[in-house]
Design a protein around this ligand. Structure first.
Ligand SMILES: C[S@@+](CC[C@H](N)C(=O)[O-])C[C@H]1O[C@@H](n2cnc3c(N)ncnc32)[C@H](O)[C@@H]1O
Length: 207
């Protein structure tokens, strides 16, 4: 008789057979998440040579790898995560909590007074399994990222943030529409169908 899979075995099985995991391994990206940003960039033309980019929730570093390739040597990429991120040439990385004063100060100091072209946030809280509490924690992070973007973006800058359908989603989109002239909610191909994950893209600050 076939043994039922434990959730760990199911996860491993899915991971091993995931085409984006295989592609990431082949192309040298640290995470399958890299393909979400590549897809968003193709759609919304977010990343250009010379840009200053801040990546919130950067570990293990897939988005930073994509960003530094696109902005090149004249550009600047700053990443922050609670977890350590192995060095990526050309990227400034901080192991700190973005929600703390210390974490925010590290990023702001690294900017050296420069305004930002693109704020990325793929931050996701540790899940407790209590759906409403996890959703509330997620939108706490997303709102901090939005506040940071509004304060630091250039007038024609852009913002990308992970959002989940459900409680808090409509309200967050409303807040983003107050801040940006254009707001889109996108589902990259690499984002799993069964996940409620989407990405909100905001462009053009309403100043
Ligand atoms: C989905 S992963 C990011 C994947 C990343 N975009 C990539 O391409 O490799 C989400 C990350 O958010 C980070 N995170 C969650 N809360 C955070 C916080 N308060 N400050 C900094 N990072 C945080 C987690 O540690 C986790 O590494």
């Amino acid at each position: 008789m076939k043994r039922p899979k434990t959730s760990r075995a199911w996860w491993l099985d899915r991971h091993v057979h995931d085409p984006y995991v295989k592609l990431a391994q082949k192309e040298g990206y640290r995470s399958r998440a890299a393909y979400k940003l590549l897809w968003l960039d193709e759609k919304d033309h977010l990343l250009k040579q010379g840009m200053t980019v801040v990546d919130l929730g950067a570990a293990p570093g897939g988005w930073c790898q994509v960003a530094i390739k696109k902005v090149g040597e004249r550009g600047r990429v700053i990443g922050i995560d609670l977890l350590p991120v192995q060095a990526i040439p050309g990227v400034t990385l901080f192991e700190a909590d973005f929600t703390s004063d210390e974490g925010l100060a590290l990023v702001e100091e690294a900017l050296e007074g420069r305004k930002i072209d693109l704020v990325l946030s793929d931050m996701a809280p540790n899940l407790s399994g209590v759906k409403d509490a996890d959703q509330a924690k997620h939108y706490g992070l997303a709102e901090l990222a939005l506040d940071f973007a509004v304060q630091w973006l250039k007038p024609d800058g852009a913002f990308v943030v992970k959002v989940f359908q459900g409680a808090g989603f409509e309200e967050f989109v409303r807040q983003a529409r107050q801040a940006f002239r254009q707001v889109h909610v996108r589902k990259p191909e690499a984002s799993r169908d069964e996940s409620r994950e989407n990405f909100l893209v905001g462009k053009g600050l309403k100043v």
